[in-house]
Ligand binder design. Structure first.
Ligand code: PEP
Ligand code: MG
Length: 581
C-alpha cells in the first residue's frame, strides 16, 4: 500500500529509487569518573579521537575533490575548523580535568552547553553553526567509542541511484553521497537553512527535510518517489503514480537542458524590452557558481558574510582584497557591493557571546544604523569600496535606510573617506555610484525623496515583507503570514518603482521575490527592469522574461493590483501565469 509523507522541500527535483535507510545510531554517552592519575590518559584519548575524526574528514575531501568545485568542499573545511575550535576543545579538556570524568561525557557536556547558547539566540545563521558542532561532536564520539568505521563510505556500492532516508546528514555525508551518485535524500530533522540543505541545492540533489518518523515507517529497498519542490514523498507508489512521476522527471530533465541554451543569451522580452538580470552573492567564490549559469553582473554582494566568517571586523586591506577578487572574477561585469548588513539574523559570534541581545534585534541596531554608530569601522569599508571601484564597474549599496537624515550622515562619511584616501594618495573612484536598499516601509513611502538623492534603489523584499506585515522572518510560527502578494507589499513596491520612473534612476529587486518564477510576470508588468536573483534560478527567470510581453502584461497586472484580497491576487496571478506558459 502506498504511503505519502510531507516534509520541507529544500532542493527541488524528482527522484525515483529504492530506499536506503541509514542506521547509524550514535553511541550512548555514559558518565563515569576516573582516577586523578588517569586524567592525562583521558586527555590523550580525546586528542586521538579528534585526530581520527580529522583524518576521516580529510579522506572524504580527498575522495571527492575531483568531482566537486572547491567552494563546495569548503563545507568540509568548516567541519575541520570546528574540530579545532578552542571553545569546544578547551571546554572539553577543562571538564575532564575539573570533574575527573570520561572524555565522551566531557565532550557531550561542552557540546550541550554550546548548543544551548545557540538555541537561545534564535538565529538562523548560528543554527547552521550549531548543526556543524553537533555533526563534529558526533563524529568524535563515534571515534571515542571505536565505532569509527560507521561511515557512509562503507556503503559505496550500495548507494548509487538510492534515496537515502536518515535522521540527519552532515554536509560531509552529503558530499560523499553525491560522489556515490545517490538519487536524493530525506531526513527526519533539519531545516531549509542548514548547510546540508544549502549543499543539496548547490549540488542539485532532490531533498526533503523534516519528514518525521521516516526511518520508522520506511523500509529498506522500498520504492520511493521524492518530489523536492513539493516536499512530498510516496513510499511504495502504485503503477499510475510511477508512470506519472517518471514522465514528470523526464520533462524536468529536458526542461533543464533547454534552459542551459539560454546561458549568455540576451535577456529581452518579446516586445523588445531589455531586462538586466544579475545574481546575488555572499562571497567572491560564489561568482564561479553564478558563471555556471550566466556571465553576468552581481546586483547584491552581501559583504557581512566576510565579517561573520572571520567573526570580527576585517581590516580595510582585507576588505579591499576580497572585493577585488569578486570584481576580477566578474571579468568586467558590474558588482554592487552592499555595506555590512550586520545584526539581527546576521550577527558576529563574538558579539553574541558578550551580553544579551536586544529584545527585538530586527528592529535594533542593525545594518546602516550599526555602521553609523561605529563610524571608524564603517570608514574602513567605505575606503575599501571606493578603492576597489577604481578597478572596474562597482556600485555601493546601503541596507535598511529608514530616513533621509541617515543619508546626510552617510554622504558626510563618504566625503571623509575620499579625503582620507586623497591624503594618502591612494587610487579611488571619485564618482562611485551610491544606492540604497528599499526594505523598510518608511523608506518605501519616501522613495521619491531617496531617488532624488541617490544613483539607484534596490527593493529588498525579504525585509520589506517582514517589516510591512510585522512578521519575524526567522520565526517559523508566523511564516504562514509571509506573503509577497499582500496588497500592502505590492503597493510599496509600486511606489518604489514609480519613484524610479519619475526620477529616471534604476530600480532593481534583490530580495527572494525576484528569484521566484511565479512572480516574474507580475514584476515585469509592474515595471521592474532590473532583477538580481539566486544563481540557480537565473535561467528559469530569464526563460520567463524572454517569453513575456510587457505590453500585454502591464494592463492585466494593473487590474490585478487593485484587488484587496491576497487570495484573489494569487488566484488571478496563477491564471495569468498559466495563460502565458
Ligand atoms: C532583503 O531584505 O530582501 C535582502 C535582499 O537583504 P537580506 O536578505 O540580506 O536582508
Ligand atoms: Mg534585507
Amino acid at each position: 500500500m502506498s504511503i505519502m509523507f510531507n516534509g520541507i522541500g529544500v532542493s527541488k527535483g524528482i527522484a525515483i529509487g529504492q530506499a536506503y535507510v541509514l542506521y547509524r545510531e550514535q553511541p550512548e554517552v555514559r558518565e563515569y569518573t576516573i582516577d586523578k592519575g588517569r586524567i592525562q590518559h583521558e586527555i590523550k584519548r580525546f586528542h586521538r579521537a579528534r585526530k581520527q575524526a580529522q583524518q576521516q574528514l580529510q579522506d572524504i575531501k580527498q575522495k571527492i575533490k575531483d568531482n566537486v568545485p572547491k567552494d563546495i568542499t569548503q563545507f568540509i573545511d568548516t567541519n575541520l575548523l570546528m574540530l579545532n575550535d578552542p571553545i569546544l576543545n578547551e571546554g572539553t579538556l577543562k571538564q575532564i580535568k575539573q570533574n575527573a570524568c570520561n572524555a565522551e561525557w566531557a565532550l557531550q557536556a561542552q557540546c550541550d552547553r554550546l548548543v544551548k547558547v545557540f538555541d537561545e539566540m534564535d538565529d538562523p545563521y548560528l543554527k547552521t553553526r550549531k548543526d556543524d558542532i553537533i555533526h563534529v561532536v558526533q563524529r568524535i564520539q563515534r571515534c571515542l567509542s571505536s565505532d569509527a568505521d560507521a561511515d557512509i563510505a562503507e556503503d559505496q556500492e550500495h548507494l548509487k541511484g538510492r534515496i537515502i532516508v536518515a535522521d540527519d546528514l552532515t554536509p560531509a555525508d552529503t558530499l560523499l553521497m553525491q560522489h556515490q551518485k545517490i538519487a536524493g535524500f530525506i531526513t527526519e530533522y533539519g531545516g531549509p537553512l542548514s548547510h546540508t540543505a544549502i549543499l543539496a541545492r548547490n549540488l542539485g540533489i532532490p531533498a526533503i527535510v523534516g519528514v518525521h518518523n521516516a526511518k520508522q515507517l520506511i523500509q529498506a529497498n522500498e520504492t520511493l518517489i521524492l518530489d523536492g519542490k513539493q516536499g512530498m514523498l510516496i513510499a511504495e507508489p502504485d503503477r499510475r503514480a510511477l508512470t506519472h512521476y517518471r514522465s514528470l522527471k523526464k520533462d524536468e530533465k529536458q526542461r533543464r537542458r533547454n534552459l542551459f541554451e539560454l546561458k549568455n543569451k540576451t535577456t529581452i522580452t518579446t516586445d523588445g524590452h531589455r531586462i538586466n538580470l544579475y545574481g546575488n552573492i555572499d562571497r567572491p567564490a560564489d561568482v564561479r557558481v553564478l558563471r555556471q549559469f550566466d556571465h553576468t553582473g552581481v546586483g547584491l554582494y552581501r559583504t557581512e558574510m566576510l565579517f561573520i566568517e572571520r567573526n570580527e571586523n576585517p581590516s580595510e586591506e582585507e576588505q579591499f582584497d576580497t572585493y577585488r577578487r569578486a570584481l576580477r572574477a566578474l571579468k568586467g561585469h558590474p558588482l554592487t557591493i552592499r555595506t555590512a548588513d550586520l545584526g539581527a539574523d546576521k550577527e558576529l559570534e563574538s558579539t553574541l557571546q558578550h551580553g544579551p541581545l536586544a529584545h527585538n534585534p530586527a528592529m535594533g541596531l542593525r545594518a546602516i544604523r550599526r555602521c553609523l554608530k561605529e563610524p571608524r569601522q564603517f570608514l574602513k569599508q567605505l575606503r575599501a569600496i571606493l578603492r576597489v571601484a577604481a578597478y572596474g564597474p562597482v556600485n555601493m549599496m546601503i541596507p535598511m535606510l529608514t530616513c533621509v537624515t541617515e543619508l546626510d550622515q552617510i554622504f558626510e562619511l563618504i566625503e571623509q573617506a575620499k579625503s582620507e584616501l586623497k591624503g594618502k594618495k591612494q587610487r579611488y573612484d571619485a564618482n562611485l555610484k551610491v544606492g540604497a536598499m528599499m526594505e523598510v516601509p518608511s523608506a518605501a513611502l519616501a522613495a521619491q525623496t531617496f531617488a532624488e538623492r541617490l544613483d539607484f534603489l534596490s527593493i529588498g523584499t525579504n525585509d520589506l515583507i517582514q517589516y510591512t506585515l510585522a512578521l519575524d522572518r526567522i520565526d517559523d510560527e508566523v511564516s504562514y503570514l509571509y506573503n509577497p502578494l499582500h496588497p500592502s507589499v505590492l503597493k510599496l513596491i509600486d511606489i518604489i518603482l514609480q519613484a524610479g520612473e519619475k526620477t529616471g534612476i534604476q530600480v532593481s529587486m534583490c530580495g527572494e521575490m525576484a528569484s521566484d518564477p511565479q512572480y516574474t510576470r507580475l514584476l515585469l508588468g509592474m515595471g521592474l527592469k532590473y532583477f538580481s536573483v539566486q544563481a540557480n534560478s537565473l535561467l528559469e527567470i530569464k526563460h520567463i522574461i524572454n517569453n513575456s510581453s510587457i505590453e500585454q502584461l502591464a494592463p492585466k497586472i494593473r487590474a490585478l493590483l487593485s484587488d484587496a484580497h491576497p487570495n484573489d491576487i494569487e488566484h488571478k496571478l496563477k491564471e495569468l501565469n498559466q495563460q502565458f506558459n
